[in-house]
Ligand binder design. Structure first.
Ligand SMILES: *[C@@H]1O[C@H](CO)[C@@H](O)[C@H](O)[C@H]1NC(C)=O
Ligand SMILES: *[C@@H]1O[C@H](CO)[C@@H](O)[C@H](O)[C@H]1NC(C)=O
Ligand SMILES: *[C@@H]1O[C@H](CO)[C@@H](O)[C@H](O)[C@H]1NC(C)=O
Ligand SMILES: *[C@@H]1O[C@H](CO)[C@@H](O)[C@H](O)[C@H]1NC(C)=O
Ligand SMILES: *[C@@H]1O[C@H](CO)[C@@H](O)[C@H](O)[C@H]1NC(C)=O
Length: 195
């Protein structure tokens, strides 16, 4: 009996590991945030590189590098990433459509191959030529939980510690749990990129 109990214990502990790439859930409502004041799509467009992110279902791998193409109503994003252990590249086509309620600049609904995602895309902050903080949240009233996605981007494949700390300060201000951020591999060799 003891052995069986131990086996059940181990199996149930293993479940969160298998689901490691699901989106992060938190208790309660979504944090209240503000987006970048006077957000400029023209300045934001172009290539970004993921430096830190929450584990998530949409772009689970490493080497994440979205290219934002400006559209009449938002962006088309060609999102390159790579599963290093599989040795495989991925390219996701994502559309960002401006949220029209409000309207507050920097808020978008996300469509992955024309299917709307539950979690939207808010540009919390950016200086356009160094870093940007992209976040989204969806509240589920039945379980009183919220699900969040978070990406810290850089214009290059690295970001200074000072800038990372600046981004973390912004997250603290909004009560977003920066401790759940994971490092994203952007090493050119591991990402199979030629310099
Ligand atoms: C966000 O603000 C609204 C309105 O002020 C408030 O009702 C809600 O409780 C706040 N949410 C959190 C998570 O603080
Ligand atoms: C945003 O734009 C308004 C109107 O042009 C201006 O008054 C304000 O200072 C701007 N805010 C920032 C943070 O740039
Ligand atoms: C990479 O692929 C492996 C094998 O399919 C999978 O177990 C792993 O979860 C993937 N990693 C990421 C980050 O998606
Ligand atoms: C943006 O994506 C949509 C949907 O995939 C497509 O219809 C449209 O042509 C794209 N626009 C550009 C400029 O690529
Ligand atoms: C994988 O993607 C990188 C760019 O991220 C590219 O340089 C490389 O050629 C791709 N490899 C394959 C097998 O497509």
């Amino acid at each position: 009996m003891k052995v069986l109990a131990a086996v059940i214990f181990v199996v149930s502990c293993a479940v969160p590991l298998i689901l490691a790439q699901s989106d992060l859930q938190f208790v309660g409502r979504c944090p209240n945030v503000t987006t970048k004041a006077n957000f400029s799509e023209t300045q934001f467009k172009g290539r970004w590189y993921e430096i830190r992110k929450f584990p998530n279902q949409l772009i689970p791998g490493d080497c994440g590098s979205p290219n934002y193409a400006q559209q009449a109503n938002g962006f088309n994003v060609s999102y390159a990433s790579r599963n290093i252990t599989q040795n495989r590249n991925y390219t996701d086509s994502i559309q960002l459509k401006k949220q029209v309620v409000g309207p507050v600049p920097g808020k978008y609904d996300v469509y992955n191959r024309n299917v709307k995602e539950r979690i939207p895309h808010f540009v919390l902050d950016t200086d356009y030529n160094t870093y940007s903080l992209v976040w989204g949240c969806s509240y589920t009233s039945s379980s009183n939980t919220n699900t969040q996605r978070l990406f810290l981007y850089s214009r290059t494949n690295s970001l200074s510690t000072a800038t990372i700390n600046k981004a973390i300060d912004i997250l603290k201000k909004f009560k977003i749990d920066h401790n759940k951020l994971r490092n994203v591999v952007q090493d050119d060799k591991q990402c199979a990129r030629k310099k």
